[in-house]
Write a protein that binds this ligand. Sequence first.
Ligand SMILES: Cc1cc2nc3c(=O)[nH]c(=O)nc-3n(C[C@H](O)[C@H](O)[C@H](O)COP(=O)(O)OP(=O)(O)OC[C@H]3O[C@@H](n4cnc5c(N)ncnc54)[C@H](O)[C@@H]3O)c2cc1C
Length: 466
Amino acid sequence: MNSPIYQTVIVGGGFTGLFTALHLAHNRYPRSVILIDKNERFCFKPLLYEYFDGEMDTFQVVPRFAELLQGSGVIFVQDTVQSIDLHQREVKLVSGDEYKYSNLVLALGSVTGYHRVEGAQDNAFPFWTQADAIALDKHLRDCLQRALQTDDPEQRQKLLTVVVVGGGASGIEMAATLADFLPLWYSALGGNSSEIRVILLNHGQEILDGDINDPLRQIAETELQKRTAPIEILTGAAATAVHPNAVEYQSNNQVKTLPTYTTIWTAGTSINPLIQDLPITQEHRDHHDRLLVNSTMQLLDFPEVFVGGDCAAVENKSLPPTAQVAYQQGANIARNLRAIALKEELEPAKINIRGTLLKLGLNDAAANLFNVFEVAGEPAHLIRQGTYLTLLPTPIHDFKATTEWVDEEIFHHHLDSQDVGKKVVQAVELVGAGVVGVLVARRLLKILGDDDKNVNKEQGTGNGVQ
Ligand SMILES: Cc1cc2nc3c(=O)[nH]c(=O)nc-3n(C[C@H](O)[C@H](O)[C@H](O)COP(=O)(O)OP(=O)(O)OC[C@H]3O[C@@H](n4cnc5c(N)ncnc54)[C@H](O)[C@@H]3O)c2cc1C
C-alpha cells in the first residue's frame, strides 16, 4: 500500500495564494507546500496603474515569487495549471508535470469578461496583468509618436482618443490615470496636450453602480472633471462592437461610433476556465459560477480543498471580489491548513471590509473609511499610498513587520469600536497613519533604491515616461 502524501498544493499565487503561502511559512506549517503560478511575478493589482504610469517600480508592484518566498521553505513552481482532478487529488501542468496533494488551495482568481461583445476580446486592451500594462504602455507611446508625425487631423484625433469601457472602479481609475498622464507624455514629446481625449463609456446611467465603491460616486464625478484632460463620461452607453479603429455603442436606441485606435476593456470579469471545468454541480456554485465554500473556506463536496478570493463564494455571505477579501481569506486558509496538520479545530474566516480606496489620477484619490467617512483629494491619495505601500508583500523575513503592522495597528485597532463618533476621530487618525505609511515607505524605497534600478535594467522597461 502507498504511504499517504502530506503535501499542500496552492494553485494561483495572487492575493489568496501568496498570502496563504506566506502565512503558512510564517507559522511553521509542518507539511511541504508547493505554490504554482503561471507567472514569474506576483501582481499587486490595486497598484497596477502606478506601475503602468511609472509612479511605482517593478520590484514594488510585481515582485518575483522566488524573492518573496526565499527562505520560506515554500517551493515555487512557475507553470500553467492545465487541469485539476479532484477525485484523484492531482494537479496537471502544461509542462506535463503532475502534483499529488493531500490538501489543495484553489486561488486562481478571475479573468477579463467580454460579455460576447463583437471584437472586444481581439481589439480591446484588457488591464489585468503586468503583461497587459506593458502592452498598453507600448501601444499608447506608439500612438503618441504617430500622432506627432501625421498631418491628417482625423488620423491624429483617432490616435489621441482613448475610450475606456466600463464605469466601475477599474474603468474610473484607468480613465483618471490616462487623463493626467497622456497629456504629460504627449507634451513631453512636443505635442499639443489639449488634443488628448479620454472617454469613459458606461452601460448604466450612473458610474460605480452596484460597486463596493458606490459611496464614492460623487467624489469620483467631481475629481474626474479636475484631470488635466477632462474626462467625457457617456452614461447609458452600451458598447456593442470593438474594431481596431473604432468603438460602437448603443445609446437611446441608436448605434453610435467613436473613432479611436485605443479601446480599454474594464467592463467585466469571468470565472477562470479551470474553475468552470471542475466537476462541481450548479447548486454548489453561485450565479457567477464561483465555487461555494463553507465558513472555513472548504469546498462542500471536497473538504480537503480550500478556495479563496475571486473564485470562491462563501455560503450565505456576500463578499465583494476584492484584494482585501482575498488576502484575509488566504490568512484564514493557512490557519485552517495548520489546524488540520495539528489535528486542531478549524475556524471560520472573519473578513473585515475596511473601506475602499479609489485612485483618481495623479496625487488624487477617494477613500471610504468604514462606510462612515469619506476623504477626497491629496489626503485620500496619501491614505491610499500609505495603506498599499505597507501592504506590499515582502520577503518572508520582513513579513511580520509589514502585515502585522497594517492589520493590527491600522485596521483591527480601529475596527474594534462600534461607536460612529469614535470612528470618525479614528478615521482622521488614519489620515495621519496614511501619511506615516508614505513616509516610512519612502524611506524604505530610498534604502532599496539600488535594487530598484537593477530590476528596471533587467526588465528593459521603465513603464512610464521618466
Ligand atoms: C487593475 C485592477 C485593479 C484592482 N484594484 C483593486 C483595489 O483597488 N482594491 C481591491 O480590493 N481589489 C482590487 N482589484 C481586485 C483584486 O485584485 C482581486 O479581487 C484579487 O486579486 C483577487 O485575488 P485572487 O487571489 O482571487 O486572484 P488573483 O490575485 O488574480 O491571483 C490569481 C493568480 O492565479 C494565477 N493563475 C491563473 N490561472 C492560472 C493557471 N491556469 N495556472 C497557473 N496560475 C494561474 C494568476 O497568474 C494569478 O497570479 C483590482 C483588480 C484589477 C485587475
